[in-house]
Design a protein around this ligand. Structure first.
Ligand SMILES: CC(C)(COP(=O)(O)OP(=O)(O)OC[C@H]1O[C@@H](n2cnc3c(N)ncnc32)[C@H](O)[C@@H]1OP(=O)(O)O)[C@@H](O)C(=O)NCCC(=O)NCCS
Length: 143
C-alpha cells in the first residue's frame, strides 16, 4: 500500500473521489473543485492506494488557535466499503499523526457526526478521546 498526496487536478482523484463520496454523499466533482480552489482555509488530502485502487482518503489541515496552539484537524476520514476492517483506517490515522508531528502540532482532532457509532468505536480504540460538544447553526447565504 502506498500513501499519495492529492493536490487539485491530480489524476488519482478519479479513483479517490468515489471513495470520499462514500462519506460525503453530497459531494460532486464541481463541489470538490470549489473546495480545493477556495480562497478560504481549506483541507489538503492524501489517500491510500494499492495497484491503482483507492482504499481510503483523508482530508486534513493545520490550524493555529488559542485552545491548542497548532493542531492537525481531520476533515474527512473514509475507508472504501470493500476495504474496511483491514487496518486501512488505522494506517490513514497513523499517517495523519506523522504529518502532525512534522508540522509541529501537539494535537490531532476531528469532529464526527453523533450518528456515526462505528466510527466512534474506531476512534476510541485508536485512543482518541471525546473532548468537546460541537455546536452548529445553519445560516441563509446570499449567492
Ligand atoms: C471509520 C473508518 C474510517 C475506519 O476505517 P477501517 O479501515 O475500517 O479501520 P480499521 O480497519 O483500521 O479498523 C476497523 C476495525 O477493523 C479491525 N481491524 C483492524 N485491522 C484488522 C486486521 N488486520 N484484521 C482484522 N480486523 C482488523 C479493528 O479491530 C477495527 O475494529 P473496530 O471497528 O471494532 O474498532 C471506516 O469504518 C469508515 O470509512 N467508515 C465510514 C465513514 C466514516 O464514518 N468515517 C468517519 C467520519 S468522522
Amino acid at each position: 500500500m502506498e500513501i499519495v498526496n492529492l493536490p487539485a487536478g491530480d489524476p488519482h482523484w478519479d479513483a479517490a473521489l468515489p471513495v470520499l463520496q462514500q462519506l460525503r454523499t453530497h459531494l460532486g466533482a464541481a463541489d470538490l473543485e470549489a473546495v480545493l480552489s477556495s480562497e478560504a482555509q481549506r483541507p489538503s488530502f492524501f489517500a491510500a492506494f494499492e495497484g491503482g485502487v483507492c482504499l481510503g482518503v483523508c482530508g486534513w489541515r493545520v490550524i493555529a488557535n488559542t485552545s491548542a496552539g497548532r493542531k492537525l484537524y481531520i476533515d474527512d476520514l473514509v475507508t472504501a466499503d470493500s476495504a474496511r476492517s483491514q487496518g486501512i483506517g488505522a494506517a490513514l490515522l497513523e499517517h495523519a499523526e506523522d504529518l502532525a508531528r512534522r508540522h509541529r502540532c501537539a494535537v490531532l482532532d476531528l469532529d464526527s457526526g453523533v450518528q456515526r457509532h462505528a466510527a466512534h468505536r474506531f476512534y476510541l480504540r485508536e485512543r482518541l478521546d471525546i473532548v468537546s460538544f460541537h455546536f452548529a447553526e445553519s445560516l441563509q447565504v446570499d449567492e
